[in-house]
Design a protein around this ligand. Structure first.
Ligand SMILES: Cc1cc2nc3c(=O)[nH]c(=O)nc-3n(C[C@H](O)[C@H](O)[C@H](O)COP(=O)(O)OP(=O)(O)OC[C@H]3O[C@@H](n4cnc5c(N)ncnc54)[C@H](O)[C@@H]3O)c2cc1C
Length: 395
């Protein structure tokens, strides 16, 4: 039995925690990762990632965990005859993937273990307190038994309900939206390499429906909405699309929240850092958080490992190194706040004005100044969207 004292303890084996465990262990320090679930990837997920996500995870694409390679994306306006098509190659992005996320997480776990990390499954951390020497004492319910673990450094990668956030951080304004997803088989999807999003007040108020195919017959189909229960919207969408779902059946039904209020103001304190969903590090307009969580896990794992190895912590580097992502999250949130107030007619019209590059920039918080300037010239969207966007960005 291993000793119960560790240099770095990480709570939560999602994308953030698994990346952090690997990076910390690569510094040759004692690392423990505690996960309360029985298996990795139990949480529902659309499983869509960009190619650069795998690059940042330092894991090359493999048929083991890539269910489907995607070459574009279509966003449907409320009037579905209007749509914006996004072609990754044309826009200079590589291909994207629909993962088998649990298998991908096992690949991440395998690399963390190879680097020297210990992983405890079905081990819920039920309490954490700071010791007089600045370290941490954790109460862990491990496989039904109670264990006490000590840590010099603590990483909270424990998702939306984060115990670490509740104990050591303020999450003022932290907001989540309910999502529900079905894994559906027996579908008839015309273009399996082009996932789709559907927007509009009727389809998903202040959110969207996604259809992320794994093949022509199987897809992750889900919805996130604001201020309403999600399931009726998903059922209605499926009913309205017999061309895809007439003979289809859900074989998995799961729900989970997604944080959409942006990154919280403080993401580290003495000896402790917060990553991923726990810190609100999700791109608000898309709800995508795998990539942003992996990058946060990588930075905090490196910093935690180095601090334990060298005896000197430099955690202020975390927000500095994460700045490109914090900016993207902030800018996507700015775009979301403006777009979510548009009615269906506006969204139909917007689909005629915006092209694929505009959608990519808006959704990801990239070059919003360019989109703002373009919309500023439009007779309908000039003030409400174009100038409002530029003003919100301080331009
Ligand atoms: C329905 C849905 C669809 C999504 N689709 C996509 C998508 O297609 N693409 C994308 O990029 N993102 C998507 N996301 C978002 C993405 O799943 C998350 O942003 C990402 O998983 C966050 O990673 P994380 O490691 O921070 O947290 P999580 O993946 O939530 O992992 C946190 C882990 O901590 C564990 N834990 C919590 N508390 C404790 C405790 N006290 N003790 C021990 N363990 C604990 C949990 O069991 C969990 O395994 C989706 C989210 C949802 C809900």
């Amino acid at each position: 039995m291993a000793s119960l004292s560790f240099d770095v303890v990480i709570i939560g084996a999602g994308p953030a925690g698994l990346m952090a465990a690997r990076k910390a262990a690569e510094k040759n320090v004692k690392v423990l990762l505690c996960e309360k679930d029985l298996s990795l990837g139990a949480k529902p997920c659309g499983e869509a990632v960009s190619g650069s996500t795998l690059q940042d995870a330092e894991i090359p694409p493999s048929p083991k965990f890539v269910a489907n390679r995607i070459k574009g994306f279509t966003v449907y306006a409320p009037d579905e005859s209007k749509k914006v098509e996004i072609w990754s190659e044309e826009l200079g992005f590589g291909e994207g993937y629909i993962l088998e996320k649990p298998v991908f997480l096992r690949e991440m776990a395998s690399r963390a273990v190879k680097a020297g990390a210990e992983i405890w499954m079905r081990s819920e951390v039920s309490g954490v307190e700071r010791k007089a020497d600045g370290g941490f004492k954790l109460a862990v319910n491990r496989l039904g038994g109670k264990v006490t673990v000590e840590a010099k450094i603590l990483l909270g990668c424990d998702g939306v309900t984060s115990l670490v956030a509740q104990t050591f951080f303020e999450r003022k304004g932290y907001e989540v939206i309910p999502c529900i997803q079905y894994k559906i088989v027996g579908c008839r999807i015309e273009e399996a390499d082009v996932p789709a999003a559907y927007v509009g007040g009727e389809v998903a108020p202040k959110g969207y429906v996604w259809v992320f195919p794994k093949s022509r017959e199987e897809a992750n189909v889900g919805v996130g909405v604001r201020g309403a229960p999600a399931k009726p919207y998903l059922d209605k969408f499926i009913e309205r699309h017999p061309e895809m779902f007439r003979k289809a059946q859900p074989v998995e039904v799961k729900a989970a929240p997604v944080p959409i209020s942006g990154q919280i103001s403080r993401i580290y304190r003495e000896g402790v850092m917060l990553c991923g969903d726990a810190a609100g590090q999700v791109i608000p307009l898309t709800g995508g958080g795998i990539h942003s969580s992996i990058v946060a896990g990588k930075i905090t794992g490196e910093l935690a490992g180095a601090a334990a190895a060298e005896g000197e912590a430099n955690f202020s580097e975390y927000p500095k190194r994460y700045t490109p992502w914090s900016n993207r999250i902030y800018r996507s949130l700015t775009a979301l706040k403006l777009i979510e107030n548009l009615g269906d007619e506006d969204l139909n019209m917007l689909a005629e004005v915006l092209d694929g590059r505009d959608i990519i920039d808006l959704a990801n918080g990239f070059n919003l100044e360019r989109v703002g300037a373009k919309l500023s010239k439009h007779p309908v969207f000039a003030e409400r969207l174009g100038q409002a966007l530029l003003k919100a960005l301080g331009g």
